[in-house]
Design a protein around this ligand. Structure first.
Ligand SMILES: Nc1ncnc2c1ncn2[C@@H]1O[C@H](COP(=O)(O)OP(=O)(O)OP(=O)(O)O)[C@@H](O)[C@H]1O
Ligand SMILES: [Mg+2]
Length: 270
């Protein structure tokens, strides 16, 4: 294999060569029941999907994982899409992370797409159709370029990237584009030897889009809310829909959402 002599590309080529020789790792999530269901934790590299109905606890789980990975010296990039980064910081604080300090130390970064949408709305001179705001705010190319900068900055460190959620992006595009975008996300996790977490709502999008997402992901966790639209008793059941090439039993594990996060039972429903 010949390396390009260009100084700027040489280290990148060398990095790719080193990565190819590294074995896959399993990174514990810090949630005992989930780790035992996943055979020790989330594989790295992997593209992992957290899918589920509205209010089922997807963001809670994603933020709990972020806090755990920060404790384990990961570099974390969080795309705040459904809620502003400020709300995510509050969520992380509930689970014991000092987001401001982690950001100052360069261990945590946000791409605040939600706040960008707010700005776009404020800047629009006349009443605008929601599609126009969403269409100009959500560009796949922006997601990819922001992620690329982060990845290159932290090459050689363990990386954890959360997209919460991809639903608004996928509302506007056909399944074919979703599939292509998913494939690029998957390549990115391989290149950076990262864990990428993509959150997606179920029952909102066309079924072909849900299927495309499950098909490109290496691991898929599904949260099903106990009682739809009941906000008084947060909780439901968790299923491992996909775990690499392993066969997984279709068992459903009850969980509750508390101030400590998602608490999953070790015993599946009968
Ligand atoms: N600390 C907490 N204690 C108890 N309940 C909580 C706590 N944090 C969140 N919840 C509740 O858990 C439920 C799930 O919240 P979460 O935002 O994680 O779900 P989600 O699947 O991301 O929702 P959405 O589909 O709207 O993005 C909500 O009803 C929320 O009010
Ligand atoms: Mg959410």
């Amino acid at each position: 294999m010949t390396f390009c002599r260009n100084k700027s590309t040489f280290p990148l080529n060398r990095h790719i060569k080193v990565l190819r020789s590294e074995a896959a790792a399993t990174e514990p999530t810090g949630i005992t029941a989930l780790d035992s269901l996943l055979g020790g934790g989330i594989p790295r590299p992997s593209a992992t999907g957290i899918i589920g109905s509205v209010g089922s606890g997807k963001s809670t789980l994603a933020q709990q994982l972020v806090v755990n990975m920060l404790q384990r010296d990961f570099r974390v990039l969080y795309y705040a899409i459904d809620e502003p980064a400020a709300d995510v910081r509050t969520g992380l604080a509930e689970f014991g992370a000092d987001a401001a300090k982690q950001e100052a130390d360069g261990h945590l970064a946000f791409v605040d797409i939600f706040s960008l949408g707010v700005e776009r709305l404020a800047d629009s001179q006349q009443p605008t159709e929601p599609e126009t705001i969403v269409d100009t705010t959500f560009k796949f190319s922006d997601l990819v370029s922001q992620g690329r900068n982060f990845t290159l900055k932290h090459l050689g460190k363990k990386q954890f990237v959360v997209l919460d959620s991809l639903t608004p992006f996928f509302l506007m595009v056909e399944a074919k584009r979703v599939f292509q975008f998913g494939q690029v996300l998957k390549y990115a996790t391989r290149f950076a030897r990262a864990i990428g977490i993509a959150v997606l709502h179920t029952k909102v999008l066309n079924e072909t889009i849900e299927n495309a997402m499950v098909s490109f992901a290496d691991v898929v966790l599904e949260l099903e809310k106990k009682r739809p639209l009941d906000l008084s008793s947060p909780g439901g059941t968790l299923k491992i829909v996909k775990l690499g090439k392993s066969k997984v039993p279709p068992s459903a594990y009850p969980y509750e959402i508390t101030s400590r996060g998602i608490e999953i039972s070790q015993t599946p429903l009968a």
